[in-house]
Ligand binder design. Structure first.
Ligand code: FES
Length: 181
C-alpha cells in the first residue's frame, strides 16, 4: 500500500494510525474538507485508489475527519458499493438480466455460491474468485451467461448449467494452481 516517504514513515508504528500517512487520501480529504456530509464521497474516492477500503485507511479517515470509527465502519459496511477486502484475482460477472433470469440464472448463482462458499460481492478465502451479479452482458442468446475476468483476460461462458459452472470454476482454479507452482 502506498504510504508517503516523509519523516513519519521512519517512525511508522503500525499500531498508531496517527503516525502513518497516505498522500492520496490526504489529497481526497483536502478536496472535501469544507463539504458537509462528504464521508460517502471520501470513501468512494478512497476505494477508487485501492480497489477496496483497507482497515488502516478507514481508521486514518476516521481520525482525520474527526468522525467516530463506528460511524465510518457503519457507512462502509452498509452500502453494497463498498468492499472491505480486495477483489479476487478472478471476477465472476454473472448475468441476471431478463433473458438470463428466465433461463435459470438464479439457479446458477446458487450453484456458484454453494461451490465457492461466497455470496454476491464476496471473495473466496484463497482470493481466487469474487462474485458480482450484473445486468445484461450483451450476449443474451447464450443465456444464462457469465464472464470471468482474470489476469489473462476475459472469458465468456454461456448456456450454463449448475454442473457446467462448477466444472468451469474447478478448471480455472486448477489452471491457477498450476501457474503458481
Ligand atoms: S440478459 Fe444475460 S446476457 Fe443479456
Amino acid at each position: 500500500m502506498p504510504v508517503c516517504e516523509c519523516s513519519h514513515a521512519d517512525q511508522a508504528d503500525n499500531t498508531d494510525i496517527s503516525k502513518r500517512c497516505f498522500p492520496e487520501i490526504d489529497e481526497i480529504l483536502s478536496h472535501y474538507a469544507d463539504i458537509e456530509g462528504s464521508l460517502i464521497s471520501v470513501l468512494q474516492k478512497t476505494q477508487d485508489v485501492y480497489g477496496y477500503l483497507p482497515e488502516e485507511v478507514l481508521r486514518y479517515i476516521s481520525d482525520s475527519m474527526g468522525i467516530a470509527p463506528a460511524k465510518v465502519y457503519g457507512v462502509a459496511t452498509f452500502y453494497k458499493q463498498f468492499r472491505l477486502r480486495p477483489n479476487g484475482s478472478h471476477i465472476i460477472l454473472l448475468c441476471e438480466g431478463t433473458a438470463c433470469h428466465v433461463n435459470s440464472a438464479p439457479v446458477i448463482e446458487e450453484a456458484i455460491c454453494e461451490h465457492l462458499n461466497i455470496s454476491d460481492g464476496g471473495t473466496t478465502e484463497d482470493g481466487l474468485f469474487t462474485l458480482s451479479i450484473v445486468a445484461c452482458l450483451g450476449c443474451c442468446s447464450l443465456a444464462p451467461v457469465m464472464m470471468v475476468k482474470g489476469p489473462g483476460g476475459t472469458e465468456t461462458f454461456g448456456l450454463l448449467t449448475s454442473k457446467k459452472v462448477r466444472k468451469i470454476l474447478d478448471e480455472i482454479a486448477a489452471r491457477e494452481r498450476k501457474t503458481v507452482q
